[in-house]
Design a protein around this ligand. Sequence first.
Ligand code: HEM
Length: 335
Amino acid sequence: MALLNPGSTGTGSSSNSPLVPQSVDALLTSSAIFLVVVVNEDAEAMASARETLAGLSDLVKTVGFRDTAAQLSCTVGIGSRIWHPLTGREAPAELHRFPQISGPTHTAVSTPGDLLFHIRAEREDLCFEFERLLLRDLGSAVTVVDEVSGFRYFDSRDLLGFVDGTANPVGPDLPDATLVSEEDPEFAGGSYVVVQKYLHSLDSWQRLSTEQQEAIIGRTKPDNVELADADSGQKSHKTLATIEDEQGEHDILRDNMPFGRPGNGEFGTYFIGYTRRLWVLERMLERMFLGDPPGLHDRILDFSTAHTGTTFFAPTATLLAGLGDLPDQSAGAAG
Ligand code: HEM
């Protein structure tokens, strides 16, 4: 998809070149790697990160061409701490650090991360090879703070056993929900991205009856049919994650993946949400962790603990490619 560039600064791209979003809308694949890194505190590290990001689409081609049917893609998100030193621009309107949300019972923690690489393919080896070469290019410029390999589990189920991703927007609703537009013209075609790594207490979840689990999620387990919203009292996950105002319902795009190591008792869901409006996703988190009405939190959290929480902005591929042209004096310490 190409949008019209509303005028750019600092990247060397001309003002009427088309803006190409990254592959935010890539299909949910059978494998994915979520890689979060922190960029080290020196101008050399920043320059090296910039050069790697500018060459990212070439690296996708290099690895992806070995089996084009496997649809390798990589979306990169940039965090607020390094936005300015890395890009030489003011930050997108809503970009800020993930806000810790402390409810009476559960907390959405806020953890460090400057760059997110969301690597997707139908083959695990392609994801692996891409990550290997990417980290070789980044070298000592970055420190890896989180690395998770996810897999498709049967008919796109999470490890709680429910089909996950059904309510995602499709067709024209997809760019409308995920891509910034005229409200922030300099960053049109980009998308806010939030990640959280959840670990499940699978044993206690499995001690619940199927009916209890379905009431928590808001859908039936075998056939994935939506249950009616509760009018009062405890609401399901589906209801708490639905944000409506006078403009209607605001969707986000989720590409959650299960991951785990049964030998270590590790069973997880890596949550990733892309959104045009960061406030929508933050409102979902508030409703889940603080509850609606307050105190009645999302019961999914009694069986799932968030171990990370980080926010990024995935700019257009056009902006990323232009980073290679950024003059050196734009480099500076992150603040
Ligand atoms: C342990 C972590 C999570 C698990 C296992 C999980 C699982 C699910 C499942 C099974 C559904 C129903 C099917 C579907 O529509 O996809 C769902 C719906 C949804 N979830 Fe989650 N989820 C998790 C965390 C989150 C978080 C952190 C957010 C947002 C901040 C979120 C946002 C949504 C939304 C927007 C829907 C669709 C609601 C609708 O029907 O309109 N989820 N989730």
